[in-house]
Design a protein around this ligand. Structure first.
Ligand SMILES: N[C@@H](CCC(=O)N[C@@H](CS)C(=O)NCC(=O)O)C(=O)O
Length: 119
């Protein structure tokens, strides 16, 4: 079971395609998102794969390679667990933990049907 979990796709989503105008709008909407993660974290890998499938430009902040990113995560989100998606900036920023919640949030906000089509 564990093996199938590892080899399972991050989601059942088809790849997303957008017109240049819609992609530009989405890029603006993702400009204040950041994913705190690290390379060898399997939960992070699932989220990174969903981000790629959804064709999103989301800044990746590696907490193993950058102590500043780790500090931001601990201070902003309250704990060091990854993956964590920072949504928004400053005091209005929200910190979303749990890979499944992050994937569901991104899919609902940016998935096919939200100005995007499946490839
Ligand atoms: N249920 C969580 C599991 C997250 C998790 O266990 N992350 C590990 C890395 S793979 C972690 O950050 N552990 C260190 C910590 O919790 O501070 C999810 O799906 O996101």
């Amino acid at each position: 079971m564990l093996e199938s979990w590892f080899s399972a796709p991050a989601s059942d989503l088809p790849a997303v395609e957008r017109s240049p105008e819609n992609q530009q709008k989405v890029d603006m909407q993702t400009a204040d998102l950041a994913l705190y993660h690290y390379d060898s974290c399997m939960f992070c890998a699932r989220v990174r794969k969903a981000i790629a499938t959804l064709n999103l430009k989301i800044e990746l902040r590696d907490v193993m390679r950058d102590a500043g990113h780790r500090r931001e995560l601990e201070q902003g989100g309250g704990r060091s667990t990854v993956p964590c998606l920072r949504i928004g900036l400053g005091e209005n920023g929200k910190w979303m933990y749990e890979s499944a919640d992050i994937i569901a949030y991104l899919t609902k906000r940016f998935g096919a049907g939200q100005g995007a089509t499946s490839a």
